[in-house]
Design a protein around this ligand. Structure first.
Ligand code: FAD
Length: 428
């Protein structure tokens, strides 16, 4: 980071397995680079938090990871963001690293829906401005050692940190239904495994799911000459931005729209204002919090996608019963007696948070994190039950609400962590 340049002399460590790091001797640890805070992951959350923490006086922090790599490598080219303009801004502490400033500097123009390629460029531009010293190395393991964490990196070096902020995103949580567990990836793959859907040109593909990524992948493939059908167990497709939503957003005046919808753009009318305030969400009974999360995160497609899906057959109320390879194709039995044999099944089946799938966390560290159905139970300051270990992004949604699943939640997460580390500095 600008204020605390990364020291170049990280120590080279020979380890048999990543978690042997815990046994590194005290003398060796004394010679390792030490930080107050390390951030693992450089997506919108890691970047926003890194930029904010770089403003906290006397706090030595460093961020590891390839900036925006999930958006660049694990989302299909040609995809657009569903979020509105304000919710696509990555929060920065001085409010200057906006989409508008990016457009002006690069002399480019775009609007909503924002193409994913532009969002990646924006995130990388943001990083170059706010965090020019970001360290692109991958984190291989994180383990606790006394009152520190040992973070080992892909080049077999390691650093020590008093605090770790886990900002690793949802990539590890891709959901593969059990029926496809034994099917090779050549025949059934998750949407997050593809960047270029034109690879399916000339083939027939069955897409499972009814959320944005399933529907948009189907639209993109259809436009590229792939024979595509969609199958979902849902009884209908939820298209966002219908006439009711349009009326509430635009028809009743700006004042009413502002009252009903927060700029963070998460959740329906009214609930959007609650979801925008994670500290308020936490005060509601658990049942309400769960219902809010479910409602705000239900599978849905952007209205602008509707027209592009006109030529695609969508099979509703249609669950998968079984799947089996037949030669170089895959046969899928669906409910209602439907059977399909296709070249490929694309699983637009979403993501299911389960932090045990963050395999870089040492087993001992993981065992110390209090959890609920895969989510960490977080305290104020996005703290896990392990002192010094913080988590944000989607894993924080059980504790702080659905805002944490979206780019627009990075502002709250950043302010929250600035407050936490500033308070701790004052207490010392
Ligand atoms: C198809 C699709 C469309 C979406 N559209 C929207 C949208 O329109 N608006 C919206 O707000 N949200 C959208 N989302 C949700 C989006 O994923 C999150 O809002 C956003 O990515 C959260 O940011 P993040 O920083 O938590 O995670 P990510 O963006 O996933 O960033 C995590 C980063 O951690 C890095 N990393 C992982 N492992 C390591 C490691 N071992 N060492 C170092 N770095 C590592 C990754 O490379 C990645 O860069 C969409 C998601 C999908 C799948």
């Amino acid at each position: 980071m600008a204020k605390f340049p990364i020291r170049s002399a990280n120590l080279k460590i020979q380890t048999e397995t990543p978690f042997r790091m815990q046994t590194v001797s005290k003398r060796f640890q004394q010679r390792m680079n030490k930080y107050d805070v390390i951030i693992a992951g450089a997506g919108p959350y890691g970047l926003a938090v890194g930029a904010h923490l770089s403003q906290v006086r006397g706090l030595e922090s460093v961020i590891f990871g390839e900036p925006m790599s999930f958006w660049e490598r694990n989302m299909p080219q040609g995809m657009c963001l569903r979020s509105n303009w304000t919710a696509t801004q990555i929060a920065d502490p001085v409010g200057k690293l906006t989409l508008e400033a990016f457009q002006l500097e690069r002399n480019i123009q775009f609007q909503t829906p924002v193409p994913v390629s532009r969002f990646v460029e924006y995130g990388q531009w943001y990083q170059s401005k706010a965090l020019p010293d970001l360290d692109r190395r991958k984190v291989i393991s994180i383990a606790a050692s006394g009152d520190h964490f040992i973070i080992s990196l892909e080049d077999e070096t390691a650093v020590l940190a008093k605090n770790v902020i886990v900002a690793l995103g949802i990539g590890a949580f891709a959901r593969r239904p059990i029926e496809f567990a034994a099917i090779p990836k050549e025949l059934a793959s998750h949407v997050s495994e593809h960047r270029d859907l034109s690879a399916f040109r000339g083939k027939n593909v069955l897409v499972l799911g009814s959320g944005q990524s399933a529907l948009e992948s189907a639209a993109l493939m259809n436009e590229q000459g792939v024979q595509v059908e969609v199958c979902t167990h849902a009884g209908s497709i939820h298209w966002l931005g219908g006439w009711a939503s349009k009326t509430l957003h635009q028809g009743l005046g700006k004042g009413v729209a502002r009252m009903l919808y927060a700029p963070t753009d998460v959740g329906p009318a009214g609930l959007s204002q609650i979801a925008a305030r994670p500290d308020l969400v936490r005060r509601f009974p658990r049942a309400f919090q769960d219902a809010l999360r479910k409602r705000a995160l239900r599978p849905a497609g952007a209205r602008w996608l509707h027209k592009r899906m006109q030529d695609v057959n969508i099979m509703l109320n249609c669950g998968v019963i079984s799947a089996k390879p037949i030669g170089d194709q895959i046969n899928v039995k669906l409910s209602g007696g439907i059977e399909k044999t296709v070249d490929h099944v694309l699983l637009g089946t979403g993501y299911q948070v389960d932090i045990s799938r963050y395999t870089l966390l040492s087993p001992k560290l993981l065992a110390g994190i209090e959890r609920h159905h895969g989510y960490p139970k977080l305290r104020p300051g996005l703290r896990t039950s392990v002192p010094g270990l913080h988590m944000l992004g989607a894993p924080a949604a059980w504790s702080f609400g659905p805002l944490m699943n979206f780019v627009s939640g990075a502002g709250y997460a950043s302010r929250c962590l600035v407050q936490h580390f500033s308070d701790r500095k004052k207490k010392r």
